[in-house]
Design a protein around this ligand. Structure first.
Ligand code: C5P
Length: 307
């Protein structure tokens, strides 16, 4: 696979720029879509502690929203929306860290107020924090007219986390390396809908990767379920490890299986979100209704964004 392939960020439909007559600067609204791993192969642990990956990743309609306006010192973050209660608004938030990383990279003093509407669950394996970080990089690049091309933003993104370069790219892609090598998905994806199930737990990504190493070292089978939807192969090498780290996920998978034998349910990324994929919207919504009546956790149907 080639190095990161990035399109220029002008014309990005995720960004809307607003100027107000008589007021200095521009306000920027950026959509930050969640991601889903359709397939995820995980290699052995590398000397730097990360694992080599090969994953088909897609953005979802489920998205956070950022409104960025110039002013203040550094990044002043406020969080609202259905997942605000789970989201730290301090210096540990990836929005703040993305602003600081971009200021270091460009040598510019960046003073902004960011209003984050949080809808993507935290610690859910849907790259919510990474999506917000990528949206911050795109938004600040536009608001301050920094003119950084996407491959330069991607280098900053990779410092912030393994999923941030994909979130910056924002379209279906094959992802390799530890997450920083992006190649566009070379084909047309069919229309796809994901039913996301949100067990009321969150899972540490590092703990799931460590469990995968431990299972492999012990010679345990680590293969999770496999299935095909819309001509795509679905599997996740982290599935079994996530269930081993958080056994309540295995119980939710069992309950889903009892409520409806089909389709196969997989862990999203490193979890804790579970998902099933459909190529017909009414099948997805009907399945969501059927399992929703039996499960204690919430669920939603969201479209895969095919680009
Ligand atoms: O890069 P990020 O901070 O999202 O990664 C969180 C943790 O997940 C890492 O510290 C590492 O333990 C694990 N990880 C990994 N290999 C990857 C991505 C993440 O081992 N390719």
């Amino acid at each position: 696979m080639a190095d990161a392939v990035m399109s220029p960020c002008s014309g990005d439909t995720r960004i809307a720029v607003r100027t107000t007559p008589g007021e200095p600067g521009v306000c920027v609204a950026v959509r930050a879509p969640a991601k889903l791993n359709i397939s995820l192969s995980v290699g052995l642990r590398r000397p730097d502690g990360y694992h080599s990956l090969r994953s088909l990743m897609v953005p979802l309609s489920l998205a956070d929203e950022l409104e960025i306006s110039p002013g203040g010192r550094g990044v002043e973050l406020s969080v609202q929306g259905p997942r605000a209660g789970q989201t730290p608004a301090g210096p540990e938030n990836l929005v703040v860290r993305a602003g600081e990383a971009l200021a270091r990279r460009t040598g510019r003093a960046i003073g902004v107020r960011v209003r984050l509407t949080k809808r993507i669950p935290v610690g859910g394996g849907l790259a919510g924090g990474s999506a917000d970080a990528a949206a911050t990089l795109l938004g600040l690049n536009a608001a301050f007219e920094l003119g950084l091309p996407l491959d330069e933003l991607s280098a900053v993104a990779a410092e912030l986390g393994s999923d941030v370069p994909f979130c910056l790219y924002g379209r279906p892609a094959w992802v390799e390396g530890r997450g920083e090598l992006i190649a566009p998905f070379d084909g047309r994806l069919p229309e796809l809908w994901a039913v996301l199930i949100f067990p009321p737990v969150s899972v540490s990504t590092a703990a799931v990767y460590a469990k995968l190493d431990a299972l492999r070292a012990a010679g345990e089978p680590v293969d999770g379920p496999r299935t095909r939807v819309g001509g795509l192969e679905l599997f996740n090498d982290l599935h079994k490890a996530a269930l081993a780290v958080e056994p309540s996920l295995a119980r939710v998978c069992e309950q889903v299986g009892q409520a409806s034998g089909d389709p196969t349910v997989l862990v999203a990324g490193s979890g804790a979100t579970l998902f099933a994929l459909f190529d017909k919207k009414d099948h997805a919504t009907e399945w969501e209704r059927r399992i929703g009546a039996r499960l204690k956790c919430s669920a939603m149907t969201t479209a895969v964004w095919c680009g």
